[in-house]
Design a protein around this ligand. Structure first.
Ligand code: C5P
Length: 398
């Protein structure tokens, strides 16, 4: 519940602005006071009347609205709230925030505030992945700005990928997390993600098709519930979410070292597709074609990070979750893995090529625990992540 909490809600100019209306409704249902600010561009997507009707108060629109300035100055407006939320945060708004511009009411409030700021980015996939936006996002994260989303999925513009705004329920969870009310507030969770690259020589490596999408979504969902997340990622194609502590690694051995360094934790969620084997003696020089024919690669077994963490005698996280990507007998293999590694849950999925799950936008998982199995329907990866994060919070007593 958010009784007595005050949110200043800035609505930016993007098609996802309509979701801000739903968010206002949900915030008020939970007892929050909402002061809305609508940017000029935002007005192209939602009307001041719908915003003020849902918020139950007048909407602020213009920096030079003298009536408002006489009643409540912009400095005061920026500080009266407990949290400032920007929904949707467009590429342009993020760029202006990252550079400290104050050329309208919204950006002036954002520059003048002494309160925490949470943004829900929404934009076309190319705009989100553009180096300029990623630079701005990294700067904002370094400045302490909190992020909800974006999700990976279908967009209004017809394209597909990261940049889609988080759903109102997820933004609400992030708001609760930011206000200290999230079920994982004060908890530390380690998440591993992505593939590992095991070098053959300085230019070649053995890898797998993991995109890191599920791990990144999971880290974001845990963050949104208030957890401090240590995100240890191999060379994934999906970028790490903002607002988590990122350690980038290449090999399984590096991933193991990063996980051990991040302990202690309340929970460890191992979503990485760690290579089971590495090349025993990777060549220091590029291997050349020659008269002796193709080289024979001798493999050595990699450390099993999940098993090691699950079997720690002291300082074991209260909850250790593994993933099992299988192409046949999914539940049988998952159950065997649960017993062998001695983790608490295995999140199992079928990654046969025809499912399109590995590297795809959706996932269909079965949660295997000592108590039984729970099959979830095929869902977008952010939704699988959100449900898993809530299940983790419940298991930790949140
Ligand atoms: O044994 P398998 O690779 O199928 O187990 C998958 C689970 O174990 C995943 O959670 C994965 O992150 C973890 N794992 C690990 N270290 C390894 C191999 C797998 O942590 N070397």
């Amino acid at each position: 519940m958010l009784h007595g909490r005050h949110v200043l809600l800035i609505i930016g100019g993007g098609i996802a602005a309509y979701k801000a209306l739903e968010l206002i409704r949900r915030l008020r249902e939970r007892g929050a006071k909402v002061t809305p600010v609508l940017t000029r561009a935002g007005e192209q997507f939602v009307t001041p009347l719908s915003v003020s009707t849902l918020a139950g108060v007048a909407v602020f629109r213009d920096l030079f609205d003298l009536t408002a300035e006489a009643e409540i100055g912009h400095i005061e407006l920026s500080r009266a709230a407990d949290l400032i939320v920007v929904v949707p945060a467009t590429a342009n708004l993020l760029a202006r925030m990252a550079n400290g511009l104050a050329d309208d009411l919204a950006t002036t409030l954002l520059l003048a505030t002494d309160k925490r700021v949470l943004v829900a980015p929404a934009m076309n996939v190319r705009m989100w992945t553009h180096p300029a936006t990623q630079r701005n996002v990294a700067q904002l994260a370094a400045d302490g700005i909190l992020f909800a989303g974006p999700d990976d999925g279908a967009m209004a513009c017809g394209e597909f990928g990261p940049g889609r705004m988080a759903e109102p329920a997820a933004i609400l969870a992030a708001i609760e997390g930011a206000l200290g009310g999230g079920p994982l507030a004060g908890r530390h969770v380690i998440v591993t993600s992505g593939p590992t690259h095991e070098p053959v020589d300085p230019v070649r490596y053995i890898a797998n098709r993991s995109s890191g999408a599920q791990g990144a979504a999971l880290a974001a969902a845990l963050r949104d519930l208030g957890a401090r997340v240590s995100f240890v990622t191999g060379p994934a194609t999906v970028p790490p979410p903002p607002g988590v502590d990122v350690t980038r690694v290449e090999t399984a051995q590096q991933m193991r070292a990063a996980v051990m360094a991040a302990l202690p934790a309340d929970a460890a969620v191992m979503a990485a597709a760690v290579a089971d084997w590495r090349v025993k003696a990777a060549s220091a020089q590029k291997v050349k074609k020659g008269a002796s024919g193709p080289p024979v690669l001798e493999l050595a077994e990699n450390p099993d990070i999940l098993a090691e963490v699950a079997q720690m005698s002291g300082g074991r996280p209260a909850l250790v979750v593994g993933f099992a990507a299988e192409t046949e007998a999914v539940v049988d293999h998952a159950r065997a893995k649960l017993a062998r590694k001695r983790c608490d849950w295995i999140v199992a999925n079928d990654v046969s090529p025809e499912t399109g799950i590995m590297g795809g936008a959706e996932n269909a998982v079965i949660i295997v625990t000592a108590d039984g199995e729970e099959s979830w329907p095929r869902l977008p990866k952010p939704e699988v992540a959100r449900r898993l994060a809530l299940r983790i919070a419940a298991a930790l007593g949140g």
